[in-house]
Ligand binder design. Sequence first.
Ligand code: AGP
Length: 606
Amino acid sequence: MCGIIGYIGDKKATPFLIDGLRRLEYRGYDSSGIAVINGGISVHKKTGKVSELESKLPKKFEGRCGIAHTRWATHGGVTDANAHPHCSSDGKIALVHNGIIENARSLRNRLEKEGVKLRSDTDSEALVHLIHREVENGAKPLTAVRRTLKRARGTWGICVVFEGHDMIICARNGSPLVIGIGEGENWIASDTLPLQSLTQQVIRLDDGDLAIVTSDSIQTSRLDGRFTDSEVTPLDDDWGEAELGDYPHFMLKEIHEQPEALRQCLTGRLDIKDGNARLGGLGLSSKKLQKIPHVRLLGCGTALHAAQVGRLVIEELARVPALAHVSSEFRHNNPVIETDAIHFAVSQSGETADTLAAVKEIQLKGGEVRGVINVVGSTIARQCGKGCYIHSGPEQSVASTKAFSNMVAALSMFGIQIGRARSLSREKGKRLTTSLQKVPQLVDQYLSNPGPIDKVVKAVKNAKSVLFLGRGISAPVAREGALKLMEIAYIPCLAYPAGEMKHGPIALLEEGSPVIVVAPNDSLKDKTVSSIHECRARGAKIILIHEEGDSIAEEADISIPVPSTDPMFSPMLTVLPMQLIAYQTALALDCDVDRPRNLAKSVTVE
Ligand code: AGP
């Protein structure tokens, strides 16, 4: 998604803006730009990396007030003209935008009829010209912005600067904006990451908010004109280290952070003595847990896969129906909502538009939703009000890894909690919580000795496609492995429940086709062996992820053992080889591991 950064204060704006853009790169982008006020407004923007923008910045790009942007193209191709900031025809107003203006076409047509020369294909540019028209008609900057936004339909996070005015006007509707508060200086950003090293106090704008930000004041108001008192909240310091450190890529760093991230997620929430788990932020009493009719989980991508694992754990331990839904489908299917059911919105960023929309749909129908989220204070977290944070720490690589493990850990704890409020015995609860507590060290153990990943890379990197198979709790893990390899190595992958493979996908197999099979030591293992035989009979090359010491290893061409744990918690281990396979294959194919093409870290558009 696009990234926005703004600075106003007593120092030069450009260094803050460039550094802020760098910290927003993880969101995914294809072009970037910057505008600073120094008497007039100087603008520099182009396609490519932030480093290229910086290297070509004109000398003396001075100014103590400025805005900057990384663009992830939605309307209009990847060109210099389509990069932000966009300026009014007289160059006295500059604007950056994240989101989609749904009625941009009609706004652009009207502007062109009035003689405005549009210089880009973007929806965003219409906004700056409308603001300019309002200013020409005598409106003050804030009024001009407000009137313009009342004519727009869609989503926005915008920052606007005006020549001759020492301020930044920003507004939010659907695309997050956070104001960082300093001494004699203030910052604005799309998320809290660029603010981590700058401030500990922030104002998180809500949908429909506007704000005038100067070097020593912040005045918020609503689209209807009401001025409001904005709530200053602490910037969560739970984020830990956001730097790359000695790692070559964020993805590898975040893969190796999983043991510590899991410890952060589990700490203080497991009650081994009583064989229970407690996610206090959910605000769910045992009485409520006993009565619920079912559990529904929502998510996209990796979060959906974690939700699919979670629903199996919940149903197994609590003996209550549990289902995982694709957010983008759920929200449009006019779902029947039972108000006393439990709904979870699973999301690393807490900004995914489809999941947010699904949350609002449930709430509209009288349901409650609880977040299972990584980014503290994110939009979905605030929309839900209740929930549990997974405490993964900053996940910056577009390919989600440690957030998956922590989402699974959090949902596994909920499975124990609701199970113990129903039929799960104390003894079984003790066994489960003891096993869960050991998972971080087992993850550490595997990562210290990951097995023949390089052999797997050789087998898959030039494959026409790769088939991933798993049964039961390993079926969503197979899907997660396929997603990883697809999104960063661009290899076509298919993930199927192993039992279903013979009903069609087996037709894809030919001599040497790589098939990655996830087979922990659970009740379905023998069935999975049959699937392996069916694949091998068609010449497939079997890459098997299995429990160390298990004789099933003999069925594999390439065997990757992972430490033994309760089968219910095996996804936190069997996912690891697939994360490394994707990472190493992407490297072998010289792909951009942390910023894969066409992808964004947080998909805040629908
Ligand atoms: C995962 O590797 C992808 N980057 C993507 O599928 C991601 O999981 C999905 O967009 C959901 O994001 P969220 O967890 O922030 O809601």
